[in-house]
Design a protein around this ligand. Structure first.
Ligand code: GLC
Ligand code: MG
Length: 552
C-alpha cells in the first residue's frame, strides 16, 4: 500500500489517548487451579479493568512454549499454550474485552523462536535442510570455539555448538531461544502471516519484543569493548552491541510490519504496534519511521522506558521530559512506562510514598501511559529464596540482582486463600504482605493506591487537556516538577513535590483561581487553592483560571 494513501491515524486514536495495562498472564488470575494464571482468569477480571479505567490490555506471550523463558520462547506462533487455555478461550477473551470497550494487544516475539519450534528442529537437522538459512548458523572460529565474541543478553556466549552439524547457532538470549534470520525473505513472510493470523481473530495490536535486535551484522564482526562497563555489572554489557542491535536494516522490517497491521485498520480503529526498544533517545526516535515526506511509517509507540532508569529527582525528570518532548518527530505520539515484567517495580524503586507521586506523573504527562499489573495497588518486588527461583536469567547469573521473579509474583486480589489468585499454590510465591495489600482491601479505602489510580485515570479520561492536550514545562522552584497541560481555554497545572518537606507555590502559577482536581494526599478536592502549600511528597493537579502563561 502506498503510504500516502494510508488512513492517517485520527487525532483521537485509542492508542494515543488511552491507557495500556500490561498483564503477565502467569500471574494475573488462575481459573483452573493449576497455580498458573490463564486466559479464562483474565476474562474473569475484565470488569476490574473496566472499573480501573484502562483502555487496552497487553498480554505477555500466551503461545505454545516449553517455557524456558516463560513464553518468550515460542514453539508455535499461531496457537495457545494449554497452560493458558485454548484458541476458543482466546476468542472469548477478545469478545469479552471488545464488548466492554477494551482493546487487546498481544506480545509478538520475532527475534527468536524456541529451540523446539518445528522450524528450528528442521533447520538443525542438516546443513542442507531448506530451513537451514532460517536461523543464523556459522562455522567455529578457525582455532575452534564460537565464531565471534557476541554475548547472550542472559549471560555467556551468544553461540551454541550443534554437535550434529558441527556449526554454531546464534542466540541473543537463552540457548533455547535461537535467533531467526530476518535477512531471509521466507522468514519475514512466515512471521507476517503469524501477525495476520491474530489480526484476523480481532487483536488490536502487538507489543514487539526486542524489536531493535532483529538484524545482525552480515559479516559477523566482533562487538567492541564497552569502555563504560563496570565490572560486576550485567556481563552482557561488557561489549557495545554495535553489530548486534539497532542496525539500519531493522527500519525496513518495521515499515513492513506497519504495512501488515495498517491493512487491518477498520471502523473499530487502528491496529497499533508498540516497540520494545532499550535505546538512547535519538535512536529511539528513529523507530517512529519519519520518511522524507513527513509520514510516520514506523511503530506508533516506541516504548519510552526513561522513567524506569531515572534518578527520582525533580530536576532529573524535568530534564528528561523536556528532552523527550523536544526530540519527538512532528506528529509523533509520546508514551511513558513506569514498569514492566523485566524491571524492578516502581514501589520498590522509589518507595511506596513516592510511588503515589509517580502515579500522578505517569497519568498527567503527555503521552500514552503503560501500567504494569499490580502497580496500581502498590505491589512491591518479592524476595525469592534461591530454591524457588524460576527466572532463567537469575539461574544463569545468580545473586547479581538481575533476576525478574521479584516483579512477577501473583496479583493480590483479596484476603482469601492464595490472595484470590488461585485455588492452588501459585507457581511463584506471593508477596508477604498480600493479606494487607490487595484489591479487596483497597477498593473500600479512599486513601489507597488503587483509589488514587482510579481517580487519576478517571481525571485523565475526563480531561481532554490530559489525554490530548499540549504540554508546557513550568518553573515552580527547587524539588518541584511542574508543567501545564492545556486544550483550548482549559489549563491544568501539575505540581509534584519531590522533597521530603513542605513547599509553597508561587501565586503567579495559579492564575486568578485554581481548583484542586486531584492530590496524592488528603486534600479536599475541588476546593479553591488560596495559598498553596504542598505537603512533603505531594502531587496536585489543578484547573487554573485566568492564568498568564509562564513558560520557564
Ligand atoms: C524481552 C522480554 C523479556 C524476554 C526477552 C527475550 O526483553 O521483555 O522478558 O526475556 O525479551 O525474549
Ligand atoms: Mg491456570
Amino acid at each position: 500500500m502506498d503510504s500516502r494513501q494510508r488512513q492517517p491515524s485520527s487525532p483521537d486514536s485509542w492508542w494515543k489517548n488511552g491507557i495500556v495495562y500490561q498483564i503477565y498472564p502467569r500471574s494475573f488470575q488462575d481459573s483452573d487451579g493449576d497455580g498458573i494464571g490463564d486466559l479464562r482468569g483474565i476474562r474473569q477480571r475484565l470488569d476490574y479493568l473496566v472499573a480501573l479505567g484502562v483502555d487496552a490490555v497487553w498480554i505477555s506471550p500466551i503461545y505454545p512454549s516449553p517455557m524456558a523463558d516463560f513464553g518468550y520462547d515460542i514453539s508455535d506462533y499461531c496457537g495457545i499454550d494449554p497452560r493458558f487455555g485454548t484458541l476458543a478461550d482466546f476468542d472469548e477473551l477478545v469478545q469479552g474485552a471488545h464488548a466492554r470497550g477494551l482493546k487487546v494487544i498481544l506480545d509478538f516475539v520475532p527475534n527468536h523462536t524456541s529451540d523446539r519450534h518445528p522450524w528450528f528442529i528442521e533447520s538443525s537437522s542438516s546443513r542442507s535442510d531448506p530451513k537451514r538459512d532460517w536461523y543464523l548458523w556459522r562455522d567455529p572460529a578457525p582455532g575452534g570455539g564460537p565464531p565471534n565474541n557476541w554475548l547472550s543478553n542472559f549471560g555467556g556466549p551468544a553461540w551454541t555448538l550443534d554437535p550434529r552439524t558441527g556449526q554454531y547457532y546464534l542466540h541473543s538470549f537463552l540457548r533455547e531461544q535461537p535467533d531467526l534470520n530476518w535477512r531471509n525473505p521466507a522468514v519475514r513472510a512466515a512471521m507476517y502471516e503469524a501477525l495476520r493470523f491474530w489480526l484476523r481473530r480481532g487483536v488490536d495490536g502487538f507489543r514487539i519484543d526486542v524489536l531493535y535486535h532483529l538484524v545482525k551484522d552480515a559479516s559477523f564482526r566482533d562487538n567492541p569493548a564497552n569502555p563504560a562497563f563496570v565490572p560486576g555489572g550485567d556481563p552482557s554489557h561488557s561489549l557495545l552491541p554495535l553489530y548486534t542491535a539497532d542496525l539500519p536494516e531493522v527500519q525496513e522490517i518495521v515499515r513492513e510490519m506497519r504495512g501488515v497491521v495498517d491493512a487491518f485498520s477498520d471502523a473499530r480503529g487502528d491496529r497499533v504496534l508498540i516497540g520494545e526498544l532499550y535505546l538512547p533517545l535519538a535512536r529511539l526516535m528513529a523507530y517512529y519511521g519519519l520518511d522524507s515526506e513527513g509520514v510516520l511509517q514506523g511503530v506508533q509507540l516506541p516504548f519510552n522506558f526513561q522513567l524506569i532508569g531515572a534518578q527520582w529527582q525533580a530536576d532529573v525528570i524535568d530534564r528528561l521530559v523536556r528532552d523527550y518532548e523536544a526530540a519527538l518527530p512532528p506528529g509523533a505520539a509520546p508514551n511513558w512506562v513506569l514498569g514492566n515484567h523485566d524491571k524492578p517495580r516502581i514501589a520498590s524503586r522509589v518507595g511506596p510514598e513516592r510511588a503515589r507521586l509517580a502515579a500522578m506523573l505517569l497519568l498527567t504527562l503527555r503521552g500514552t501511559p503503560t501500567l504494569y499489573y499490580g502497580d496500581e495497588i502498590g505491589m512491591t518486588d518479592v524476595d525469592i529464596p534461591p530454591d524457588e527461583v524460576q527466572d532463567p536469567f537469575e539461574k544463569n547469573e545468580p545473586g547479581r540482582g538481575l533476576g525478574r521473579d521479584p516483579q512477577r509474583t501473583p496479583m493480590q486480589w483479596s484476603t482469601g486463600p492464595h490472595a484470590g489468585f488461585s485455588h492452588a499454590s501459585p507457581w511463584l510465591r506471593l508477596a508477604g504482605d498480600w493479606a494487607a495489600l490487595n484489591v479487596e482491601r483497597q477498593q473500600s479505602d479512599a486513601t489507597s493506591m488503587l483509589a488514587l489510580y482510579r481517580r487519576l485515570i478517571a481525571l485523565r479520561r475526563a480531561e481532554p487537556a490530559l489525554h490530548a492536550g499540549a504540554w508546557e514545562p513550568l518553573d515552580a522552584g527547587a524539588d518541584i516538577l511542574a508543567y501545564a497541560r492545556t486544550v483550548a481555554q482549559r489549563r491544568l497545572v501539575v505540581l509534584l513535590n519531590f522533597a521530603d518537606a513542605q513547599r509553597g507555590i508561587d501565586r503567579a502559577l495559579l492564575g486568578e483561581r485554581a481548583d484542586v482536581l486531584a492530590s496524592t494526599h488528603e486534600r479536599p478536592e475541588g476546593k479553591h487553592a488560596e495559598r498553596l502549600v504542598l505537603h512533603p511528597l505531594e502531587g496536585v493537579a489543578l484547573a487554573v483560571h485566568g492564568a498568564i502563561s509562564m513558560p520557564s
